[in-house]
Design a protein around this ligand. Structure first.
Ligand code: CA
Ligand code: CA
Ligand code: CA
Ligand code: CU
Length: 253
């Protein structure tokens, strides 16, 4: 069952990649071409979960396709996921690189990187995916396309240039964070944040964090300079063949 789900997800991932190659061949400028991004999630708050995400931004950056696959999350509760983004003044200003938090962010020393502690590294929520594990089995196979011209998809008063940067090409500054896990009662008693001793299933506690990085598409159309080099190369092959023919003609005479 799980295997066939992963298989299906894998095949679905191929389709946008193929489309991307097709679109790139029609467009010379990178800004107007399809841009592909990936994420390998890092587990935070040690739970044994892992996963990947793939994002595709259409030419013109008006539509964002997001696919998230993950396994090993805690079953029995929702898994909220978001695109987070850091800014030059923390929650405002120009977009700056969001990173995956580490235990260095555990300011209250309860052993967990809590929501507010992690925000200092990956910033506030820009797009809310909601609960990406509706059957709450701890396995995620989520995909959705977002219309980036629809302001209602953004949270916290953010918009398209907060997500993508002023040049609409900086999605690689953003982070996907998945939340929700169980913490035994008693841990972190007397500390602030969601891990405060009461505990149980903490829906907002971050569990997987992934820095979005630009993907290199295999078989992408060469840059104009590469074309020029290739044409020069063909020319050289032609010259070699011609001179070789001439040499053999001379030899046979
Ligand atoms: Ca903490
Ligand atoms: Ca599921
Ligand atoms: Ca705490
Ligand atoms: Cu989040």
């Amino acid at each position: 069952m799980l295997k066939s789900m992963l298989h299906r997800a894998g095949r679905a991932a191929i389709v946008p990649a193929v489309l991307a190659c097709g679109l790139m061949s029609q467009s010379a400028s990178a800004v107007h071409a399809t841009q592909n991004y990936t994420t390998n999630f890092t587990q935070i708050n040690g739970q044994g979960a892992s996963g990947t995400a793939m994002l595709t931004l259409n030419p013109g950056a008006t539509s964002l396709f997001v696919q998230i696959m993950a396994t090993g999350l805690q079953a029995g509760g929702p898994h909220l996921a978001h695109i987070h983004g850091l800014f030059s003044n923390g929650t405002s200003g120009s977009p700056v690189n969001s990173t995956t938090p580490t235990l260095a962010q555990d300011a209250d020393g309860d052993g967990f990187i809590e929501l507010a502690e992690g925000l200092l590294k990956y910033g506030p929520i820009i797009i809310d995916f909601g609960n990406i594990d509706p059957d709450q089995d701890g396995t995620i196979n989520f995909s959705q396309t977002f219309n980036l011209l629809d302001s209602s998809i953004f949270t916290g008063g953010f918009g398209r240039t907060d997500l993508l940067g002023p040049g609409l090409s900086s999605l690689d500054l953003r982070e996907i964070v998945i939340h929700g896990m169980n913490v035994a009662p008693g841990i972190g008693a007397g500390t602030p944040g969601e891990v405060n001793g009461t505990n149980g299933y903490l829906a907002i506690l971050p569990v997987l964090s992934g820095e979005i990085t630009e993907a290199v598409v295999a078989g992408a159309v060469p840059e104009p300079t590469s074309w020029a080099l290739m044409i020069l190369g063909f020319g050289a092959v032609g010259t070699t063949l011609r001179s070789r023919r001439r040499t053999s003609e001379l030899a046979s005479n």
